[in-house]
Ligand binder design. Structure first.
Ligand code: M6R
Length: 612
């Protein structure tokens, strides 16, 4: 979704803003723009398409000045066009605004302002903000800050804004309500941004602005107040990752880099959540007694995080006596889910800013539920609004297609399930020790899959060209099928569908022919699921289907039924999804590469979906 940056210091603002916007590109956008305070005027440049287009405009018509704001726009109100691109201006060009979020009452504000003589140029909701501020100043607001306070109070919806005043050159303003925004503190210069990776290379600490707060950011200090005007003491915090974590590090894409990071991240999570005595430690947020009495868990999430939630449900139901449900946050928030205060709600999110998941947390809190988030981003809204957090600690995930966050979420669910099991004596300490010992084999198994990427690449290149593909799995690997299909469709643009293999005969079998790749997750299991999967594969084979299996190393028999096999090492049934999905991530990756798509920034997608 839209990205916001701002700069005030002694360097030329335009290159700093462009660099920040480049680091926000992963959020998804279709146009970009910057505004710089230059010799008593605010000047802007905007362009549709990639940032390179804006850079070309700036080469031809540079902007001089040491304070400015910038924006990458993911169109909501009005098509991607130069005129709809941010920054937007007041009529007198004394106020410029960049905005992420949606102003729900913009139409009525626009009518009111039009009645007062304001002339609007764009179709955006954002443009009402500079005009409202201008109107407040006209009507006698005592200062730019007072005008911003009054204007923001009139807005309904969500916003993270950066504001530049022609007549207050020693400050850049920013404010947030429901959309992410941080302030970065540098050496004699300060920044605003949608997230830390945008400015990580330039800052020493960060202030996480809270909802309903406004900051006046000066070159050497930051002043914060609430919408009611009460002063807030800034609370700078150290940043827990390094600037290299947000770089490609020699890989051709961020996604490939992030796939390769998984063994290290999974190992680190085991080290972090398992104490020296072998017990699982999930931190002090929720007491053991709470878990003893718990009888229902509700997991809510979107996209890939939802698939991790499905895995979490299967695992927790399998290992504990607790009833567990998983729901899409966008459905959960509009249905009538009959949740009582005794239900633990677990939101799962990489970004911690997904609008639907956040809304679900707020509903859960209103119902009196405890909320235990699984999240990757420190200081994110979800982290701040939950009672306790289990961090996935992956470092910044830049590729739009989630990979390392997914396997880290799965690992957290495995640890949480075993923790709850231990507290409730569903398993003996010896049994839990056995599970943990096998969980420790997972990072090496993932490493092995990645080592085998050349084989996966050849298979992906052989099957990438059709219009569609089908992914099938059962039990623990039903979510793996859904996630494999999602990865494929989002980066290679090939239609892909994930299905529970047992459902084949109820419809999708009609699709099978010699040209449809059917990816079957058929790793060996200790129960009857493997045999059932084999039967499903035979049904596809009987109809001349093009079968690609994800199978356990050493399973020679499966070769007879399939065109190609992606072999993965054997791990305990419950943990196979963490390993199997990595083969599918690579399969999707190489299919996308063969199809020539923009892998890190697939069309129409945003990394962080901060609007409904
Ligand atoms: O930041 P979140 O984990 O809450 O994001 C949820 C989804 O938007 C995200 O997983 C999306 O589906 C990814 N593009 C999948 O690769």
């Amino acid at each position: 979704m839209c990205g916001v940056v701002g700069y005030i210091g002694s360097k030329s603002a335009a290159p700093v803003l462009i660099d920040g916007l480049r680091r926000l590109e992963y959020r998804g956008y279709d146009s970009a723009g910057i505004a710089v305070l230059s010799e008593g005027r605010i000047l802007s440049r905007k362009e549709t398409g990639r940032l390179a287009n804006l850079e070309k405009v700036l080469t031809d018509a540079p902007l001089q000045g040491t304070r400015g704001i910038g924006h990458t726009r993911w169109a909501t109100h009005g098509a991607p066009s130069q005129v709809n691109s941010h920054p937007h201006f007041s009529s007198d060009e004394a106020v410029a605004v960049v905005h992420n979020g949606i102003i729900e009452n913009y139409a009525e504000l626009r009518d009111e302002l039009t009645g007062k003589g304001h002339h609007f140029l764009s179709e955006t909701d954002t443009e009402v903000i500079p005009h409202l501020i201008e109107q407040e100043l006209k009507e006698g607001a005592a200062s730019p800050l007072a005008a911003v306070l009054h204007a923001l109070k009139r807005l309904r919806g969500a916003y993270a804004v950066g504001i530049l005043f022609r007549d207050e050159p020693d400050a850049v303003y920013c404010a947030r309500l429901g959309s992410p925004l941080i302030i970065g503190l540098g050496d004699g210069e300060n920044f605003i941004a949608s997230d830390v990776p945008a400015i990580i290379n330039r800052i020493s600490s960060v202030i996480y602005l809270n909802d309903g707060e406004i900051a006046r950011v000066r070159q050497d200090r930051v002043e914060i107040c609430t919408l009611e005007g009460a002063t807030v003491e800034p609370d700078p915090q150290a940043v827990s990752f390094h600037s290299e974590d947000a770089e490609c590090a020699g890989f051709e894409t961020f996604m490939l880099k992030e796939i390769h990071e998984q063994p290290r991240i999974l190992r680190a999570l085991l080290g972090q959540y398992i104490s020296a005595d072998g017990s699982i430690d999930i931190g002090p947020g929720l007491k053991p007694d709470y878990f003893r009495k718990l009888n229902r868990i509700m997991i809510v999430a979107c996209g890939t995080a939802y698939h991790a939630g499905m895995y979490g449900k299967l695992l927790m139901e399998n290992l504990t006596g607790i009833a567990v449900e998983t729901d899409l946050a966008s459905e959960f928030r509009y249905r009538d889910p009959k949740i009582d205060p005794g239900t633990l709600v677990i939101p799962v999110s990489q970004s911690g800013e997904t609008a639907d998941t956040l809304a679900s947390i707020r509903m859960a809190k209103d119902w009196g539920c405890r909320v235990l988030a699984i999240c990757n981003v420190e200081g994110s809204s979800m982290v701040r609004e939950s009672d306790a957090v289990l961090f996935t600690n992956c470092g910044p995930e830049i590729g739009v297609a989630s990979t390392k966050a997914y396997t880290a979420q799965q690992m957290i669910f495995a640890l949480l399930a075993l923790y709850i099991t231990g507290i409730r004596n569903d398993l003996t300490p010896e049994q839990i020790k056995g599970y943990l010992s096998e969980l420790h084999e997972v990072p090496d198994a993932v490493h092995y899959v990645i080592q085998n990427k050349e084989t996966i690449r050849k298979i992906a290149e052989k099957h990438h060209d059709g219009p569609s593909s089908l992914y099938m799995g059962r039990k623990f690997n039903y979510p793996t099928a859904l996630e494999g299909a999602l990865k494929n469709k989002e980066i290679s643009y090939q239609h892909a569908e994930g299905y529970a293999a047992g459902e084949m005969k109820h419809g999708p079998i009609a699709l099978i022919n010699e040209s449809l790749p059917v990816i079957c997750i058929c790793t060996k299991t200790s129960d009857e699921v493997y045999e059932k999967m084999l039967s499903n594969i035979k049904e596809v084979e009987a109809r001349n289907g093009r079968i690609i299996a994800v199978a356990t190393e050493g399973d020679i028999e499966i070769r007879k039924l399939t065109q190609d096999v992606l072999y993965v090492p054997e791990v305990r049934d419950e943990f196979t999804p963490i390993v199997n999905v990595v083969a599918l991530q690579l399969m999707a990756y190489y299919a996308a590469r063969a199809r020539g798509t923009d892998i890190d920034k697939p069309r129409n997608l945003a990394k962080s979906v901060t609007v409904e």
